[in-house]
Ligand binder design. Structure first.
Ligand code: ADP
Ligand code: MG
Length: 379
């Protein structure tokens, strides 16, 4: 647990970067610090490992005042990842990761083999170990940066805009990988970002700072979206917050799926049961959804590859209701397609069913009429 108790930082030129900050970053969780540029995020974070000294107030790690720890002890306890990874350019990838353990007295062999394990853990192939940072993509460098920060197995991890220098697709991958890694290692993490989407996606707790370095709100993502403290937070969280909030309502237990008649490419429409609708779901031989077919417009007497409309998306059981809504709205049939973990069809629900589930999840009037229908996706 990292605690800030009325911490302030005034730079020598008189700039008040952080003003009376009090907050707790709980153990094993990710706390994201977010806010407009210059609101004191980096300053706050760097005061934790004393790269910057607070002007007043106390920062403690599991109740121990950081001022009572020497810097070597602090470095051992706190991993640090920065934007662009900040790797040593003249050292190989493996030596970058092993650098701090070596500095702290570890043997060459052990530190290297530990570094190799860490590289694998962050999803980097062993063939990159002997390369130099400039020979890696931005996303790969960032993985090395994370591995290096974890090299002393510190309980605390600080990350300053770790994924902001890579393109959006790679950033998304790195974020997903990072969440999987964290599920495994359960570090106590403080992450700075200016990107509210990233803060909401990665944070168990989101701390919004405002200019002048004061706390605007600290809350879970769902709370922040549902009940912003004031106009500043509401504005910062953005106009799409209703939609974003759906990302935090899980589809489990809230929706009963319907059986969906299916067809495969090469099959005639006559395999379909009577009374099927105009749009029919096409699956492959493993019952993995392929797309939708408009039965009113099938040219021959059997479904051909070219008949399959690929515009719909699928969602997996347990995905946020937002993803189910997206699947329903992107599907020409108006039905969302839900699969199990391996992509096999479980069933569908109409856009109305999904909206009703959303209303129930939010406790809004109007979903009640279905409450006797029994909720819960059959497993
Ligand atoms: P953020 O990371 O949220 O963008 P910073 O913590 O980097 O914000 O900076 C907070 C404020 O402190 C800004 O106004 C910035 O200009 C100022 N600042 C940062 N570092 C220094 C410094 N070394 N000297 C004077 N002012 C600084
Ligand atoms: Mg910053």
């Amino acid at each position: 647990m990292i605690t800030f108790d009325t911490v302030s930082k005034v730079y020598p030129d008189g700039t008040v970067a952080v003003d009376g900050l009090t907050l707790t970053a709980p153990n094993g969780k990710i706390t994201t610090l977010v806010g407009p540029s210059g609101c004191g995020k980096t300053t706050s974070m760097r005061m934790i490992n004393r790269l910057i000294e607070p002007s007043s107030g106390t920062i403690a790690l599991d109740g121990v005042d950081t001022q009572s720890l020497d810097r070597v002890a602090l470095r051992r306890k706190i991993g640090y990842v920065i934007q662009n990874a900040g790797l040593f350019p003249h050292r190989t990838v493996v030596d970058n990761v092993a650098a701090l353990p070596r500095l702290l007295g570890g043997g060459k062999k052990e530190t290297r083999s530990a570094a190799m394990e860490l590289l694998e853990r962050v999803g980097l192939d062993a063939k990159f170990a002997r390369r130099y940072p400039w020979q890696l993509s931005g996303g790969q460098q960032q993985r090395v940066g994370v591995a290096r920060a974890l090299a002393t197995d510190p309980p605390f991890l600080l990350m300053d805009e770790p994924f902001s220098a890579v393109d959006p697709i790679v950033r998304n991958q790195l974020q997903d990988e990072f969440l999987r890694l964290q599920a495994d290692i359960s570090k106590t993490i403080v992450m700075v970002t200016h990107d509210i989407d990233e803060a909401l996606k990665l944070g168990d707790q989101v701390v919004v700072l405002r200019e002048g370095g004061t706390l605007a709100q600290a809350a879970t993502p769902a709370e922040l979206l549902a009940a912003p403290n004031d106009a500043f937070v509401a504005d910062f969280v953005g106009s799409a917050r209703g939609y974003r909030a759906l990302g935090f309502h899980n589809s489990d237990d809230r929706l009963t799926l319907n059986d969906e008649p299916t067809i495969a490419v090469g099959q005639p429409l006559s395999v379909l049961p009577g009374g099927h609708g105009r749009w029919v779901l096409v699956v492959d031989s493993a019952r993995v959804p392929r797309g939708w077919v408009d039965t009113a417009n099938v040219a021959g007497d059997q479904v051909r590859e070219g008949d399959v409309n690929l515009s719909g998306t699928t969602a997996r059981r347990g995905d946020p209701l937002r993803d189910l809504l997206n699947s329903a709205l992107s599907s020409p049939s108006g039905r969302c397609v839900v699969t199990d973990e391996s992509g096999v069809l479980l069933g569908t629900a109409t856009d109305h069913d999904v909206i009703d589930a959303i209303r129930r999840a939010r406790g809004v009037d109007g979903g009640q009429e279905h409450s006797d229908r029994g909720i819960g996706i059959p497993s």
